[in-house]
Design a protein around this ligand. Sequence first.
Ligand code: SF4
Length: 321
Amino acid sequence: MAKVTIDGIEIEVPDGTSILQAARMIGPTVAPPAMCFYTNLPSSGGYCRTCMVEVTKGSEKDPRPMPKLVASCRTQVMDGMVVGNRTSEKAVDARKGVVEFLLLNHPLDCPICDQAGECHLQDLSYENGSAKTRTDFERRTFDKIDIGDKIQLHMNRCILCYRCVKVADQLTPERVHGVMNRGDHSEISTYITKAVDNEFSGNMIDVCPVGALTDKTFRFKSRVWFTKPVTAHRDCDKCCGKVVLWYKGEDVLRVTGRKDQWGEVEEFICNTCRFDKKRTSDWVVEGPTNLSRHSVISANHYEKLVVPNELTLNDIKPLNP
Ligand code: SF4
């Protein structure tokens, strides 16, 4: 076991735990945001730099600070380590810079984007971004591409987090899409518009943190905050069958995997459950979904996820008192 102090709060975690996961064990108040790391995709993380933190004491054995900010999703805790996230001016400032870079090419089209209300970049920009842009050059633009008959790729919005590539790597027998080219020419592409055609491809929609990969059966049907999420399950021979049904009136507008308090899918679901089971009679309804995120999606919903021992900003201590 290793003792680590994050934003003045000490926690003991198993050896090998990353700083990000240790911070999540403390709670959302001290957990850094993450745009590319995804717990259920073990090789994810290390791309977006959103979760960078300052390590002011490396360990009990070697108390020297780490010379640069580190990606908390890819750095393991050491016994006696001291980390600053919210309390580190350097980390906060760097995150602001990362948001600015992520938005360099990302269109500000939230009013017409299906991801609005559940977009991690929207939340990240709101919490860490600046109200003004310092650039006036044109953003990259691409034509929309159909990836199979149920998924649409809108590359303009992609932040190259690689999550969809990792999903395809881990859940599908053969990956037919990836990041092509490098630098500002990078883009997600199927190898010349080959369809991603397998039973678990729909999970790419759920893991995409922005509106780059969207469900064609749901596009433009409703703003997400006008829908009512309901937890349900069915016996499925391909996946766990545990989902959230998004209702508008009597109609199920879309089906997604269940997400945890970090906005990550708990168990991946198959395309049959996602795209082909849109009648209430297909499901055993368990009840209203507990909403954990603080974005507008929870507006007018009373069911909030109760986080045990949730801390407030008053609980965190300055890094250098
Ligand atoms: S399409 Fe979405 S999930 Fe895939 S790399 Fe781009 S932002 Fe990430």
